[in-house]
Design a protein around this ligand. Sequence first.
Ligand SMILES: [Zn+2]
Length: 320
Amino acid sequence: MIRRACFLLLIFLLPLLGLSQEKKVVFIILDGIPTSELERVPTPNLDQIAKRGGYTRAFTGGERGGESETPTISAVGYNSLLTGTWANKHNVWDNDITAPNYDYWSIFRLMRAARPESKLAIFSTWEDNRTKLLGEGREETGYLKLDIVFDGFEKDTSRFPHDFEKEYLQKIDNLVSCEAAYSIKTQAPDLSWVYLEFTDAVGHRFGKSPQLTSAIELADKQVGRIWEAIKIREEKYGEEWLIWITTDHGRKAPEFKEHGGQSDSEREIWMVTNAQNLNNRFNSGQASMVDILPSLVDFLEIPIPDNQQKNWDGTTLLLK
Ligand SMILES: [Zn+2]
């Protein structure tokens, strides 16, 4: 009890001593969940996080009809989040990821440059996120290296045979979310990306359906697991954690099967976060995919090279 009191006193004194609490970020992409579906299906864990911070509808896809118009395709959306820019800059136009422009630094590279000792982590159902989008180990990314890697299981077809129903993705998502929670609890990476895919597979096959409802409920449980781990860290170690959850694109109404185009429902995404200092841009539903990177940077308080910051297409969703 005394130890706990001392610890709490220390946490209280940190700001007075000019030191800030350790800040950690986790961002999660739940693939292809239409906003109206997310709002219809019970998601107690996301609700709990939003209650602490906020929930908003948002958009992706760049400026419709403009230079920055960006396909509402998965890898394209992830890279808009990672770089804070639209496809006309980051140059990822589809899931083949043939020639990403690594001159637009990802949040991981920005963090590595600002804080070389930081612990970077990825927990992902798709290996290309690390090898192609983040460009791990490539000369063009300054040989970016992550510290904790948990991905590639979709390539292990003996452990996860690829069934027509794509249930194997559900199993991998489950494994990935368990490992993310465990790693956060035990190793507390400074920056983590969790990517879960099953909801997109179900959307493509069934569209709006009981199956999609179940997949969203399951994704909510997987997020809940990670949120529990964060709460344990906050309670036990006094760290300050930011969690940011979003989807990479909507789906074409009314069936909600396909995506890639510029219709309202394909462009519409959503965000859930525990951040309490959300600004009017967030609260008024004007937020977009490219605003997430500046918000994470803001929270982490890391310095950004001018020649990177000037490229950003988004702005922070946090109050200054
Ligand atoms: Zn997707």
